[in-house]
Design a protein around this ligand. Structure first.
Ligand code: GTP
Length: 360
């Protein structure tokens, strides 16, 4: 091309103008996509929706090859909560700060990684088989603390390079961190509303709600439903002899033993002071008796550790009742299990009694 030729000059200017316009249009589209994503992030109403949005929708909308979310979970709160939530791709839960330090060091700012010096980080941030060649690693920060990270990866080595700006991504990370924190708080509140603070099993309010659902399912589908009432023996004496904190500790450990003895789908709750209730759907009398005896035996054998580091022992009386085929109310089943536990106390405690009263 001859630059002094006016026609060539015009053509060159046209070419430059077109490339500027193309870049502006691409930027505008990018801005629109980020804008739409931010609006959706702000509007999410559940943890699973949020995770699916960050990991699945983001990957599809931005034409990425991989998206990863890491969340710090020092007290294993998320480890307990997340399995119950339906997620296409769950986040990776971190039990320490190490992996985040490896990615961000002390800088805690968005990192764009392409081929070159920091390439090794790609193997940390993504599964090795994903073949990621460039990536954006976004630290998620709330109130000055690193709570996790969001990783966008591409097999195109030029998709992200360290000289590009990170303004959009920084903003996205800030909004994602707020959305994650608010969902975690919501999840905590939801769980607190249905969990007994001392023992960690469900509370009476949740039991009252779930038992009605279990009752109507069992009646509709005509499957057996067993109810256990479990009452710690001479609990007043444990409190009186060893102190209230030891009584609390026994309650906490009994709650844990009961919970661990059950299958998914069974329901355990603290019904009152030293009383627990268990619902076993699709379980016949023989099966329910086995569960009751297993729990009773475990409690009998357990050395309960006191807050001072000593041990005390405890036993349980268990009342078992089966939902009568023609039951009309869940209250009948509860009343029958209550009668049975009363009978177990009468027979000398530390035993399981099956309610034998004629079906209601
Ligand atoms: N430490 C502690 N004690 C509790 C809690 N809730 C109820 N209690 C106590 O549990 C005791 C229950 O006593 P009782 O109902 O007389 O029954 P018990 O001593 O277990 O005797 P039996 O059931 O007849 O074997 C009471 O002393 C309550 O104060 C709690 O959250 N923590």
């Amino acid at each position: 091309m001859n630059a002094s030729n006016p026609q060539d000059q015009v053509q060159e200017l046209r070419r430059q103008l077109k490339s500027l316009l193309d870049a502006a249009t691409a930027n505008e589209r990018k801005l629109d996509r980020f804008d739409a994503l931010e609006r959706r992030l702000i509007a999410v109403s559940s943890m699973e929706e949020l995770v699916n949005l960050l990991l699945v929708d983001c990957r599809d909308d931005f034409g990425l090859d991989a998206a990863e979310l890491w969340l710090l979970d020092l007290d294993e709160e998320l480890r307990r909560a997340l399995p119950a939530l339906p997620m296409v791709k769950p986040p990776r839960l971190l039990d320490g700060h190490g992996p985040l330090k490896d990615l961000f060091g002390a800088t805690r700012s968005t990192r764009l990684i392409g081929p070159g010096a920091d390439e090794g980080l790609l193997a940390l941030a993504f599964a090795p088989e994903s073949g990621i060649k460039s990536a954006a690693l976004l630290p998620l920060i709330r109130q000055g603390l690193l709570i996790g990270s969001l990783h966008f990866g591409s097999r195109d080595p030029e998709r992200y390079d360290s000289s590009s700006g990170t303004k959009f991504l920084d903003r996205l990370a800030a909004i994602a961190a707020i959305a994650i924190e608010s969902m975690l708080n919501r999840e905590r509140l939801r769980r607190a509303g249905m969990t007994d603070g001392l023992t960690g099993v469900h509370n009476r309010r949740y039991f009252d709600h779930r038992s009605l659902i279990e009752f109507s399912q069992a009646v509709r589908h005509r499957y057996p439903l067993a109810c256990l009432f479990l009452d710690i023996d001479h609990f007043k004496a444990i409190n009186d002899r060893h102190g209230h904190p030891t009584g609390d500790e026994v309650l906490r450990q009994v709650g844990g033993l009961i919970q661990r003895s059950l299958r998914t789908g069974d329901l355990a709750a603290r019904y009152g002071g030293e009383e627990f209730v268990v619902l076993l759907p699709r379980t016949d009398e023989a099966g329910a008796r086995e569960v009751a005896e297993r729990i009773r035996q475990m409690v009998q054998d357990a050395p309960f550790v006191t807050p001072e580091g000593g041990t005390v022992s405890a036993t349980l009386s268990v009342g078992l009742a089966m939902l009568p085929v023609e039951a009309t109310s869940f209250g009948d089943l509860l009343a029958a299990a209550d009668r049975a536990v009363y009978e177990a106390k009468r027979r000398g405690r530390n035993c399981t009694v099956v309610d034998e009263s004629p079906a209601a």
